[in-house]
Design a protein around this ligand. Sequence first.
Ligand SMILES: [Ca+2]
Ligand SMILES: [Ca+2]
Ligand SMILES: [Ca+2]
Ligand SMILES: [Ca+2]
Length: 564
Amino acid sequence: MLLSQAGDTVSAMPWGSRVCALGAAAFFLLVLGGPANAMAKLKPITGKLSAPGYTVIALSSDGEAKTDRAPNGKFSLRPPAPGVTLHLRAADGGYAGPIVLASRKHGRRAVIGVKAGARLGRIKVKSGRGYAKLAHRPAKKWVDEKRWARARKGVAIGAGDIGLVRSLRAHGPAVDPDLDGIPNSLDIDDDGDLILDGYDRTTGARSLRAISSRIGGTFPEGGHLSVNTSLGGPGATVNVNGGSSDGQIAAARQAAGGLNIIWIGLDPGSGELDCGTLPYCSAGGTGRFRSGTELLADAAPFPACCDPDGDGFGSLSRSATPAGLADPFGPDAGAMYLYGGTDADQIHAGDVLIARGTVHGVPVESPHSVGTVFSTFPALASYSDGQGNSSSFSYPQTEGPAGPVPVRAGSTGDVVVTLTFWRPQRERVEGEPGQGRWMDIGNLVYAATVTPASAPGVSPLFCPESSYSAVDPNLTSLSPSETARVMPFLGGVRFGDSLGDRPSNPANTFTYTLNLSNCLASNGLSWPSSEPRAVNASIFAMAANDGQSDLQMALAGATFLLQP
Ligand SMILES: [Ca+2]
Ligand SMILES: [Ca+2]
Ligand SMILES: [Ca+2]
Ligand SMILES: [Ca+2]
């Protein structure tokens, strides 16, 4: 609840720019716990990777981390706990998987537990397969047999696809409940149900535990950073099923794609973001710090804007809290929004960012992978008013579907339109089942709004359930408790999509009928009586999970012009 209100106001929705006064939307979340006091006394873990340029990440079972760059392959790091698992970040910033120590149970188990002081020797990096393994059998005393993952032929099942692998009914430790070998902070599907955590409403996705702990007044277990992306601001509406090309989609992302960051539990002012060489938040890259609602071109370069100590790591600096919202964060927490400035080939699910800071003066590190990369917007495929007016649309569209479309009131005097939509897309994760580059995103939450076109700056008005009819069977209205997590202060009903992600296809649509007059009336308005007699109707697509709601994106459905 707390963070759902941090989502942002939706004020000043500029028509034609497909909405998105999304400000602090799509947070990624970083929660840091108390550091281990014994850390300094633990003996370092050493080894030599077969390939250069990796960063080695040691993660404890309660989520604390320590990292070491291994430019020529050699590493030595003091683990944050007596037992850890080791993970690799590749030179390009992407997660490169766990280091496997041993295979057990005829290859059905991969042992990943490492004890402090371990000398691991040579380690073969299997760069194409998303894991690494020891060249030689390690001494028994360095192996923690209790930390293991489900495996195939000795390879953890989560290797190669950032943990997006079905693994239900597993009973792993809290740091890896689906036992795929990928710890929660790096696993884009930490409960193994193939629904990405960024929009997994079924169970406690990784952000839930962190926020619940926070609200409960206790620190969550260890370091915790959740990373998602959003699209917003001006630029073209793109959608694969609407005909947008890969190049058009890349251009839209470049203009409006961003990242939101939340941190919690850091000494005020101590937090910095280590992005390695990721182009959207490292020195000399394309990232821009968005302090308020300014556009990409007006935003200050990040990290250059925010790096007083000149170490190349930008400070975790708060973006402005949107007007009208109370600052939901304490002094040890905050939210930051970055424009990425990257195209689709430069930002990927599985990119690993590391937050660095202090807790009570003790250095802490917290890695987290980018969980979801929204690449396109939901889009209106067609409409019909039941009075003879109808049209279909294709994309990109820079000002919403081409110009105002005509509607007439029916016999009841109300304007009632049937709307058919395409879902937004993300790129298919490498190793994910299915074919093709793009996936239609399922499991999102949708809500429609209306706004008189002659009233710019008016907040969108969400429609109550009574405005809808013939709602697609895959959309079900959320219960009050579920709705309470998704922008409840904006009113109206929310519909949850029960379909999962599928390879994109123009036939994958959903449809409902919306009584525009009813929606206006229920918000105390009526159809404008003076020219132009136009109303904007939009649909908001929200990526919501158990713990937070992120107003990821929205689109201007269409402007409806009342005909006599
Ligand atoms: Ca997983
Ligand atoms: Ca996992
Ligand atoms: Ca999931
Ligand atoms: Ca710095």
